[in-house]
Design a protein around this ligand. Structure first.
Ligand SMILES: Cc1ncc(COP(=O)(O)O)c(C=O)c1O
Length: 382
């Protein structure tokens, strides 16, 4: 049937009128300044060979055959979760099918009725969706603003019973800004105020802390209640894990619906995640070093070209230049693409109206020349 219900059609029409309609495109041959493959692992033949070897050796089957609680918990899960626990300096790790699944599974099941979740106003959709699916109250705090967070905690403590738990949620690298909170201050505040700190490390996984994450880099493993690491970005594959205590793991296995009611990951995905982590541990250092050099070079070129003020301050692989208005930002991205550079426009409503931006994702495999050229083009367009 071709006809779409009227209300749906009018939503699509409105998106078109706002120049904000989303559409799928195929990956072209342009220079990659947009994927999350920060370390180039998604294209690594070495990792692919290691993964094939692991599948043959450990689990030569194609599909998981069931959920993890039934028939899907093949041997590679055990190997991978042990590896992750050790590598990220955690007490345990529980693998989920994706970061989205992990966040909805965690936030819908862990905070209870009567508890409160305080989340950064720019927190990822998966965190917000998870909170909405649960029964706890939730409030935003201003982006990366520890003073505002403290105000919120103190006012909640003054009103609520001792039974209520407070969960504080942030990201170590924000996906649409590339910036980071002061995690040390946040951890200290949470310790003083007896709150549970949860850190989404999606865009820091594999990059910071010598191939670990930001919490590891700062030595905060013991201060954090739970960390989310994902494998679809720098790890170059798919899936995610919640890092935390063995009792948190046991709780999630029993109550997290996005963990329980879904077919487990295929052995191939797990083998790739494990192979990528082995590679990261043994040979990752120079690749991470090259990425860090590219980040430094991008920032120094932006300064040289007097573009720094356009960019949101970031030390991560994500750098965003504000270009206000969906039409403007789309036009600029098209111009960069027509010159061979895959830079994506981030439109409202994905970000607030008036905060539309060009999002540059940097990679270890980008050359200095590519970085200089794309920024020179941007300068001309600005
Ligand atoms: C901060 C953050 N958390 C979670 C996710 C979801 O991870 P996944 O892509 O593995 O579902 C993303 C993905 O874009 C993200 O940016």
């Amino acid at each position: 049937m071709e006809k779409l219900p009227k209300k749906l059609q009018s939503k699509i029409d409105q998106r078109k009128a706002e120049n904000a309609l989303r559409a799928l495109t195929f990956k072209g041959e342009l220079v990659d300044f947009s994927s999350n493959d920060y370390l180039g692992f998604a294209r690594s033949e070495d990792i692919s060979k290691r993964a094939s070897y692991l599948i043959k050796e450990v689990t030569p089957i194609n599909g998981a055959t069931g959920s993890r609680l039934l028939t899907g918990n093949h041997k590679l899960y055990g190997q991978l979760e042990d590896f992750l626990t050790e590598h990220y300096g955690s007490e345990s790790a529980l693998v989920f099918n994706s970061g989205y699944d992990a966040n909805i599974g965690f936030f819908s099941s862990v905070p209870q009725r009567g508890d409160v979740v305080l989340y950064d106003e720019l927190a990822h959709a998966s965190i917000r969706d998870g909170i909405q699916m649960g029964h706890a109250k939730s409030f935003k705090f201003s982006h990366n603003d520890i003073d505002h967070l403290k105000e919120r905690i103190l006012s909640l403590r003054a009103q609520s019973s001792n039974e209520s738990e407070i969960y504080v949620v942030t990201e170590s690298v924000f996906s649409m800004d590339g910036d980071s909170p002061n995690l040390e201050s946040m951890a200290m505040l949470c310790r003083e105020q007896n709150c549970f700190l949860v850190v989404d490390e999606a865009h820091a996984t594999g990059i910071f802390g010598q191939g670990r994450d930001m919490v590891s880099q700062l030595g905060l493993q013991k201060e954090v209640f739970a960390r989310l690491i994902t494998f679809g970005k720098a790890i170059g594959c798919h899936g995610a894990a919640v890092l935390g205590s063995p009792s948190l793991k046991e709780y999630l296995i029993n109550f997290s619906r996005s963990f329980i009611y879904t077919t487990a990951l295929s052995p191939h995905s797990l083998a790739t995640v494990l192979a990528a982590h082995q590679y990261l541990k043994e040979q990752g250092e120079p690749v991470i070093q090259t990425l860090q050099e590219n980040i430094g070079f991008f920032k120094s070129e932006a300064t040289r070209l007097q573009l720094s003020e356009k960019f949101i301050q970031s030390n991560s692989a994500i750098h965003c230049a504000l270009v206000i208005g969906n039409s403007n930002v789309k036009y600029m991205a098209q111009q960069l693409q027509s010159h061979g550079f895959d830079v994506k426009p981030i439109l409202s409503p994905t970000v607030k109206e008036g905060e539309e931006r060009l999002r540059f994702c940097l990679h270890a495999f980008n050359s200095k020349e590519e970085i200089s050229r794309v920024l020179s083009l941007l300068k001309n367009l600005m």
